[in-house]
Write a protein that binds this ligand. Structure first.
Ligand code: BG6
Length: 475
């Protein structure tokens, strides 16, 4: 192997989520999911954190870009053809839970929803592209939130079990790679997305968060157990935001604080899903805070016996931590801490840090000794379509190149990385802001924030660049 080449069989591809690209939010029997009631626009987060948020659609006040997405539901053939043209080996997609169980608590699935994913899976396979299916990507049926309190309620473990059994029964002979919960640790920042509820009660908030995450761990373990009973060589991964946290300076207090935050945010959920047990620092924290998980021995056994085959992750930025409260009040990165003076940020304030990806891959591989898979990474940016229809997105190429190079350096140092699927390989609706103008794609989609546009697909400069990388299996 040429030294600049990636390992043979490296899974190059791209990543999406159903709710952000499919559209057809109420077609063919689909029910509403959490993403369907989130309005478009930068105010999205403020709105969903309001204590009196009513989980209703209000078209007079808001637009709902997820409802139409980029119409992947009807356009999937053309899109997959473009993915194949780039040479994708794998395509990360999610199955929208509410397309299969519209209310979440039915006994029988919605056949029409299953048929849609049959068509998508078959289309991918016809080009030799492996589907990588996320079972839950911010798509909890809304009814489960309203009626049961979402992941707070142990009944939801059973509903998820019904859903995943149907999915595995249907697709496992054709699909080898699955992920359980998208960004399970986003619960700490965006509970509505990943846990399906907003909890504004100061007293119960933290306890409910841990209980709900615990229920997800149990549900994930059950899914793994069932899948393995059907297909021995199935590969199931967990999925987390991986975020190296730096101390703002060499003050040991800042170093200690950054380590504590990274352990809680990154390591805790991985410890449970990879090692099959809660880490002692979390057990101590729960004890100090008087939080009981309401877990049973049987649940702990399930978690211990059904761990993941690989660790998948999204990587967009690092975090910089200080104990200086005044600094914490005045500046901020999107997910953690204060502004890092050495890093530039995207228009949306996400600090670009390719070296951080290398640092965290090294650390996680050496701690867990499981293959890693970077299933999300990319630059959200505004694109300009030139008069001749070209899109010269050199900024995106630079971003992707520096991150891919960071992965390669990790591989050269012995880290096992299975593949790379940049986020939003085709433009889609942003999760945090509901905008179309925050674009990640290698393929441009003609649609604006208000839903206007032809939906036409255009190849960006990055499309050709990425195609070439895949072809050569080398940067
Ligand atoms: C991840 C999510 O957090 O980041 C995706 O898994 C999301 O759903 C992606 O789209 C990029 O974030 P955003 O807010 O720019 O769309």
């Amino acid at each position: 192997m040429n030294r600049s080449e990636f390992p043979k069989g490296f899974l190059w591809g791209g990543a999406t989520a159903a709710n952000q690209c499919e559209g057809a939010y109420n077609k063919d029997g689909k029910g509403l999911c959490i993403a369907d009631i989130l309005p478009g626009g930068k105010e999205r987060f403020k709105i969903i954190n309001q204590p009196d948020f009513d989980f209703e659609i209000d078209r007079e006040k808001n637009v709902y870009p997820n409802h139409e997405g980029i119409d992947f539901y009807n356009n999937y053939k053309e899109d997959i053809k473009l993915f194949a043209e780039m040479g994708f080996k794998v395509f990360r997609m999610s199955i929208n839970w509410s397309r299969i169980f519209p209310n979440g608590d039915e006994k029988l699935p919605n056949e029409k929803g299953l048929e849609f994913y049959d068509r998508v899976v078959d289309e991918l396979l016809s080009y030799g592209i492996e589907p990588l299916i996320t079972l839950s990507h911010y798509e909890m049926p809304l009814n489960l939130t309203k009626k049961y309190g979402a992941w707070k309620n142990k009944k939801v473990i059973g509903f998820f079990e019904n859903y995943t059994k149907v999915v595995f029964d249907r697709y496992i002979s054709r699909v080898k790679y699955f992920l359980t919960f998208n960004e399970i640790n986003s619960a700490f920042h965006f509970p509505l997305f990943s846990l399906g509820f907003i909890d504004n009660n100061k007293e119960t908030k933290e306890a409910n968060l841990y209980k709900a995450m615990h229920n997800q761990f149990v549900a994930g373990a059950k899914a793994i157990k069932y899948a393995k009973s059907l297909r021995k060589d199935v590969q199931i991964g967990c999925m987390s935001i991986i975020l190296p946290m730096y101390g703002y300076d060499s003050n040991p207090l800042n170093q200690r604080e950054s380590q504590k935050e990274e352990m809680k945010f990154v390591d805790f959920p991985l410890d449970v899903q990879v090692r099959g047990r809660y880490p002692s620092f979390i057990l101590k924290e729960l004890e100090r805070k008087n939080i009981t998980l309401e877990s049973t021995d049987e649940e702990m056994k399930l978690i211990a016996e059904n761990t993941v085959d690989f660790i998948s992750a999204s990587y967009y930025m690092s975090g910089t931590i200080t104990v200086d409260e005044d600094m914490n009040k005045t500046s901020g990165n999107m997910l953690a801490g204060v502004k890092n003076p050495f890093l530039e940020a995207s228009e949306w304030g996400w600090e670009v840090d390719p070296i951080g990806l290398n640092i965290i891959l090294q650390r996680l591989y050496n701690k867990y000794e499981l293959p890693l898979f970077v299933v999300e990474n990319g630059l959200g940016a505004k694109d300009k379509v030139e008069e001749d229809g070209s899109i010269i997105d050199n900024y995106r190429i630079d971003y992707l190149k520096s991150h891919i190079s960071s992965i390669k350096t990790a591989i050269d140092d012995g880290v096992e990385v299975m593949g790379y699927t940049p986020w939003g390989c085709i433009d889609l609706v942003s999760a945090s802001t509901g905008e179309m103008s925050k674009r990640y794609g290698l393929i441009y989609v003609d649609k604006d924030d208000d839903g206007n546009g032809t939906n036409k697909r255009l190849k960006k400069k990055s499309f050709h660049w990425y195609k070439n990388i895949i072809e050569r299996n080398s940067l």
